[in-house]
Design a protein around this ligand. Structure first.
Ligand SMILES: O=C(O)[C@H](O)[C@@H](O)[C@H](O)[C@H](O)COP(=O)(O)O
Length: 242
């Protein structure tokens, strides 16, 4: 596993631009080579960055297949619904057929929604025993969580399921479906975007502290892929090696 690639920028706007540039560059390369681009989007600030920058980008949206690295198990009209945030702020602005975007089914139990999500993943990754995403766009919470994989949670040890339900998320809402590390670490590229000095301590811990139990974001180490961190100066301000 290669070491994380860390790039620091002066402003959040630059992080956002660089993130969108990377996603579209990888998309166009994947479309060129295999006629398809598979990507996982996260919620939170990643959604803000992608929704602001991607509509301006030049790509064949019809070849994109969009999943969610994690999603809250809430109705589509709930403001916490990540799919709806993307639908209103990105998908409504680009010619990406909604049939190629894969939200959760909120009308079944979270356990059933996880099983349904696995089926949706395999409807696109038809030959992969474990989905191999071209890009996963990740965020990291102040506790070092990523997706809906939280410190100390049993899901960190999941080795079989490619996506799983969680009903006790410490970050509300409690019920979610998340990709698991088998899928995350099978990606070709996992890219984090973290901004703000409030993240400086956790960024330093995740990227430089190898003493303790690895936090979820530190466990993102694609076996045959790369992990990239786009940081602004505030989030990178406590790093010693950058
Ligand atoms: O839907 C979610 O809750 C996200 O997927 C979550 O994992 C997010 O990426 C982190 O909480 C970081 O969020 P921020 O970047 O907004 O701090």
């Amino acid at each position: 596993m290669a070491a994380p690639i860390i790039e620091v920028f002066s402003t959040e706007e630059e992080v956002s631009q660089k993130l969108c540039q990377l996603v579209v560059t990888r998309a166009n390369a994947a479309i060129e080579s295999k006629g398809l681009f598979t990507v996982g989007f996260s919620g939170g600030s990643a959604a803000k960055f992608l929704c602001s920058g991607l509509p301006k980008c030049n790509t064949d949206w019809s070849k994109w297949r969009v999943f969610f690295c994690d999603e809250r198990h809430v109705p589509f009209d709930d403001p916490e619904c990540t799919f709806t945030i993307y639908k209103e702020n990105l998908l409504s602005k680009v010619p990406l057929p909604e049939v190629n975007v894969f939200p959760l089914n909120p009308d079944i139990s979270v356990e059933e929604a996880a099983e349904d999500y696995v089926r949706k993943l395999y409807s696109v990754f038809t030959t992969d025993p474990v989905p191999r995403f071209d890009v996963l766009v990740l965020g990291m919470g102040p506790d070092g969580h990523t997706c809906s994989l939280f410190p100390g949670h049993p899901l960190l040890k999941e080795t079989n399921q490619i996506a799983a339900a969680i009903s006790d998320s410490p970050k509300p809402p409690p019920k979610r479906v998340t990709l698991t590390f088998p899928t995350i670490n099978n990606a070709k590229c996992a890219v984090f975007a973290s901004c703000g000095s409030a993240k400086a301590d956790i960024v330093q811990k995740v990227l430089e502290d190898t003493s303790g139990e690895l936090l979820p974001a530190a466990r993102v180490r694609p076996v045959k892929g790369e992990v990239i961190w786009f940081l602004d100066k505030g989030a990178a301000s406590k790093l010693k090696k950058v």
